[in-house]
Design a protein around this ligand. Structure first.
Ligand code: ZN
Length: 306
């Protein structure tokens, strides 16, 4: 069991408002922190949310527009001043490396920890850890934008402890083997793992769009997400504007959530022109019921589906 939650560190699009900072989303998964986008000012929300400065950390940048990446420099510098020592892995398109290295040179700031910049040049798996992977897919925006998915691998099925106990198997290593798919020998008899465990239990899948038009490619990429975080820069009235600027409306995000068979849609990246975001929720709900409007500092827990 690994706890997982989303913390929204910025939910405005392009321009911040009194209540909304620029794009940033943190996923806290066990002891690890995964940050998607670092809009300017996100470090204030980061501090306020008390996530912790010294966790194992990976940062992903969807694209090199200012409202998604300018806050990275401030975050890196603050973490260093606050005494961070653990390295940070940073992922993004080729210009991200230039952006970081040139700024570090010009501003001349030193970091007390190592940063490892991973240049993303193609779609597919970019991170593979023991329990999960992160994949990316090209979106459709005015600048090269990668959408991301965090997908956990299957967990072992439920372990029928009593069934094993009844056979007199002593607790310890043998239990662990059976639970994790290995057959064992006990008193000259072979015990088959699958007879003592339920079917594998699926992990969770979280999708993060960055800035994009809704596309059929993303529909496939986000297939069966437990949570889909999708941009809704515009309300339905501004559909033409959304098309021209390569963004999405609330309804378009909802239709994509439905087509991708996602379980829950969280809308974010709202244009500063809208004072009442609730209206966008009702637009989206015409097409997809389970819609949630993200606000800065919202925390959403993500339980396992079984
Ligand atoms: Zn943006």
């Amino acid at each position: 069991m690994t706890e997982m939650k989303l913390i929204f560190l910025g939910t405005a699009g392009a321009v911040p408002t009194e209540n909304r900072g620029l794009s940033s989303l943190a996923i806290v998964r066990g002891n690890e922190l995964l940050i998607f986008d670092t809009g300017e000012g996100m470090q204030m929300r980061f501090i306020k949310s008390k996530i912790g400065m010294n966790k194992k950390m990976k940062i992903f940048i969807t694209h090199m527009h200012g409202d998604h990446c300018i806050g990275l420099l401030g975050l890196l510098q603050t973490l260093s001043i606050m005494g961070r020592q653990k390295p940070i892995d940073i992922y993004g398109e080729p210009n991200l490396r230039k952006f970081i290295m040139q700024n570090i040179k010009i501003i001349n700031f030193k970091l007390n920890y190592r940063i490892i910049i991973h240049t993303v040049t193609k779609e597919g798996i970019i991170v593979k850890e023991k329990e999960y992977k992160i994949t990316c897919c090209l979106a459709e925006h005015s600048k090269l934008n990668y959408s991301f998915c965090l997908e956990e691998f299957n967990r072992p099925g439920i372990f029928y402890v009593q069934k094993v106990k009844n056979l007199g198997v002593p607790e310890g290593k043998k239990y662990s083997y059976l639970q994790h798919g290995k057959d064992i020998m006990f008193k000259g008899k072979k015990l088959i793992s699958t007879e003592f465990t339920g079917p594998p239990r699926p992990g969770r899948k979280i999708g993060i769009s960055g800035d994009t038009r809704p596309t059929s490619k993303l529909e496939k990429f986000f297939q069966n997400c437990d949570i889909l975080v999708f941009e809704a820069t515009f309300s339905d009235k501004e559909t033409e504007k959304a098309k021209k600027s390569y963004h999405s409306t609330a309804s378009e995000a909802a239709i994509l959530a439905k087509k991708s068979n996602s379980k829950k849609l969280i809308l974010t990246h709202f244009s500063a022109r809208y004072k009442k975001i609730e209206k966008m929720a009702s637009e989206a709900k015409q097409f997809f019921k389970n819609v949630f409007i993200a606000n800065d500092l919202d925390i959403i827990s993500i339980p396992y589906s079984n």
